[in-house]
Design a protein around this ligand. Sequence first.
Ligand code: ATR
Length: 277
Amino acid sequence: MLGIDAYTSLYGIIGRPVRHSLSPAMHNAAFEHEGINAVYLAFETDSPRRAMDAVRTLNIKGLSVTVPHKETVMEFLDETDDTAKRIGAVNTIKNLEGHLKGINTDWIGALKALRAVTAIKDRLVVVLGAGGSARAVVYGLVKEGAKVHIANRTEEKARSLAEEFSCAFSGLDNVSEIEGEILINTTSVGMGPLAGICPVPASMLGKFSVVMDIVYGKGGTRLLQEARSKGCTTIPGIEMLLYQAAAQFEFWTGHTAPLDVMRQALSSPQADRKQRA
Ligand code: ATR
């Protein structure tokens, strides 16, 4: 790390929990590589309102926002861009001389991770899940011209998200029958108490050319292990995490993110997680 002095800028992440976060490792490595006099710390807090007061008072230059504050922080900002409004969540804040601007880079992370291995336009994409993560992923896919089918345990939530973004939807009962070329898991299945579980029957995976899981963990998730054994190209959740962080770094600093340096910083031991900054 560069020498910290009276000019060092402060960046960070707010959420609860944040102690697992890989964002400090990625962003500090990027600051150092780019010769930027800044540090990035993790702040565990229950109050996005007081955190925004602190940002203004202490002139914190930028923040990542993770669960559970991505939606609730929005009302304490001066500006939220249209995309973040459409997704309904902010994961990145920039302090422009006291004017706090919120954007969302999760959808960029998902798209860039996918684009690295496949075309997206006109592809049939099955998205598992209809929660907050799914909203960002579906927004990006629809914007890119994919044909999206949302499949969720609670069919009503799939319907509501699908209506908003003009997609197809279903529950999970007949998930094997859904046609698709790309499969993306945004559910919590595969992490925490659901680690080692595959969110869909492994027998259906062979028809997909690409399978992406936004859950990440040591050795990859069961879904990705099964998909690899069926010959699918797989994208681990860590890739979405990397690309959303790169977009944050570029928004804050105007520098091109040093992707290799940031990826290297991710190779430290990881807990199993969803893509959560
Ligand atoms: P996030 O913000 O990370 O997306 P979330 O909004 O709580 O988290 O959404 C979690 C998603 O995982 C939901 O789609 C949820 O399905 P329901 O809408 O039916 O709750 C899904 N999920 C969680 N546990 C699941 C399980 N055991 N089986 C299938 N889907 C599950």
